[in-house]
Design a protein around this ligand. Structure first.
Ligand code: CA
Length: 328
C-alpha cells in the first residue's frame, strides 16, 4: 500500500496543460491533462498591474490573445502589450486566440471559441476540486517568469508566488509541488532568503549563462538548495548521437552523480531530433532507457502510456545506471 501512495515515477508533467490538444494554459487544457493522467500540471506565472498572478507563458499578452484588438491603444512604443500594464479586470475581457504557429499566419485558430487567461488562484482551485473529486493528488509545477522584469516594475513575483502557494496549502517539502525558474540567483533566493521548504527545480538551457552551473562543482553547489535540474532534453544526450545510437551526455552523468532529479523539457511533436524521429520513440528513450525523473510533455496521454509501458518492463525508476553502449 505504501508504494501506491508514492507519486508515479517518472513523473509526467503536463507542459502548459495538454497544450498539444487545446490552447496552452487555459483551464480547459489543464482539465484535459488532468483527465489524461498527468502527475503534475505546469503553470507559467506572471503578474498583472494590480498584483494578481495569472497563468501565461510570456510577459506579453499578444502572442496568445486578442489584446491588440480589444485594447489597441495599450501597446508600448515597442509594439508589445505587457500583462503588467493591465489590471485583472481587463485581462478577464481577453479571449485566448492560440499561439501563432507561423504557418497559419493569423494566430487566431481559437478565435470563435471562448478560452480565457486564468488566474493562478482559479487554476489552483480547479486542481484542488479535481483532487477532492477523484482522490488523486495531482501536483502543481509553477514557473516564475522573468523575476527581474517584475522587480523592475515593483513586483516581487517570487515572494508573491511563494506566499500565495502557502495560502493555498503548499508549504512543505513533501507537498505536491515543484517550483521552477531559469534565473539562477532567484532559485537560490527562494531557499536562502525566502526560507521556502518547497522542492525547487533549476531550469537551464545550452547557453553560456549556465556553463559554470553545469560543471561538476556547480551542480554540487546546486544540490545545497535545489532538488533537480530542468534541462532541454537535448542536453542529456551526447552531441554525436544518431538514431539508435543515443548516448548520455556528460551533463547527464554529472547530474546523476550529484543526485539531482532530472526533469527535461519539452516533449512535443515538432522539432524532433535525428536520434528519435517520433515523439513516442523520444519518450521511450528518456523514460525507458535514460530513466529521467520526469518529462515536460505537450501530450500527457502519450507520455503516461509510454511511462506505464516501460515501468512494467522491469525498470525500477531508481538512480539510473550509466548506459555505455547506447540505448538502442
Ligand atoms: Ca514553463
Amino acid at each position: 500500500l505504501q508504494a501506491e501512495t508514492q507519486p508515479p515515477h517518472p513523473a509526467v508533467i503536463a507542459h502548459r496543460g495538454a497544450s498539444g490538444y487545446l490552447p496552452e494554459h487555459t483551464l480547459e487544457a489543464k482539465a484535459l491533462a488532468y483527465g489524461q493522467g498527468a502527475d503534475f500540471l505546469e503553470q507559467d506565472v506572471v503578474a498583472t498591474r494590480d498584483g494578481t498572478l495569472i497563468v501565461l507563458h510570456d510577459i506579453q499578452l499578444e502572442p496568445v490573445s486578442d489584446v491588440a484588438r480589444r485594447f489597441p491603444q495599450r501597446c508600448r512604443a515597442d509594439g508589445h502589450f505587457y500583462a503588467i500594464d493591465f489590471d485583472i479586470d481587463e485581462i478577464r475581457q481577453l479571449r485566448v486566440t492560440g499561439r501563432d504557429s507561423g504557418d497559419k499566419g493569423s494566430g487566431s485558430v481559437y478565435e470563435a471559441e471562448n478560452y480565457r487567461i486564468p488566474t493562478l488562484e482559479e487554476e489552483l482551485q480547479l486542481i484542488s476540486r479535481l483532487n477532492r473529486a477523484t482522490g488523486r493528488q495531482v501536483g502543481i509545477y509553477p514557473e516564475i517568469k522573468h523575476p527581474q522584469w517584475h522587480r523592475a516594475h515593483g513586483m516581487d513575483l517570487t515572494r508573491m508566488l511563494i506566499e500565495q502557494l502557502a495560502g493555498a496549502g503548499y508549504r512543505r517539502y513533501t507537498d505536491p509541488v515543484f517550483v521552477q525558474c531559469f534565473d539562477i540567483a532567484e532559485v537560490r533566493r527562494i531557499r536562502d532568503e525566502l526560507g521556502s521548504a518547497l522542492r525547487l527545480i533549476q531550469l537551464v538551457d545550452a547557453s553560456q549563462t549556465y556553463a559554470q552551473l553545469l560543471t561538476r562543482g556547480g551542480l554540487a553547489e546546486l544540490t545545497r538548495y535545489a532538488q533537480g535540474l530542468g534541462p532541454a532534453y537535448d542536453q542529456l544526450v551526447a552531441a554525436d548521437s544518431s538514431q539508435g545510437k543515443a548516448r548520455p551526455s556528460e551533463l547527464f552523468s554529472h547530474a546523476r552523480d550529484a543526485g539531482l532529479l532530472l526533469h527535461p523539457y519539452t516533449f512535443k511533436r515538432q522539432d524532433l531530433p535525428d536520434y528519435a524521429p517520433e515523439l513516442e520513440s523520444l519518450l521511450a528513450l528518456f523514460l525507458g532507457e535514460l530513466r529521467v525523473d520526469g518529462v515536460f510533455c505537450d501530450f500527457p496521454d502519450v507520455a503516461v502510456a509510454i511511462r506505464d509501458a516501460v515501468s512494467t518492463t522491469g525498470h525500477t525508476g531508481g538512480k539510473a545506471a550509466l548506459v555505455s553502449d547506447g540505448f538502442g
